[in-house]
Design a protein around this ligand. Sequence first.
Ligand SMILES: [Ca+2]
Length: 93
Amino acid sequence: MQAKILLFEHPNFQGRCLEITKPTPHLSKYCFNNEVSSVKVICGDWKLFEHPDFEGEKYKVCQRGGPCCNGEYPFPMAWCGENNEISSLYPIC
Ligand SMILES: [Ca+2]
């Protein structure tokens, strides 16, 4: 299956939603730079980065990770990150 993650503008999967399926060095391209407040990992494992081009602090989120082990991270603390921080991400294959 193709790696897939949903990014949300607000905690608890609220606000604007962006579906990502491939390495994305610039979330600014989608008007989502420093906007991510919750994520749902649909398929695969992903790395999230503080800065564009996969730089800065990095965080791993997994299809079976998160507080309920179902890939749902309802707030940034769930991946040990900060709010409105993520600027790039890629799937780990
Ligand atoms: Ca950032």
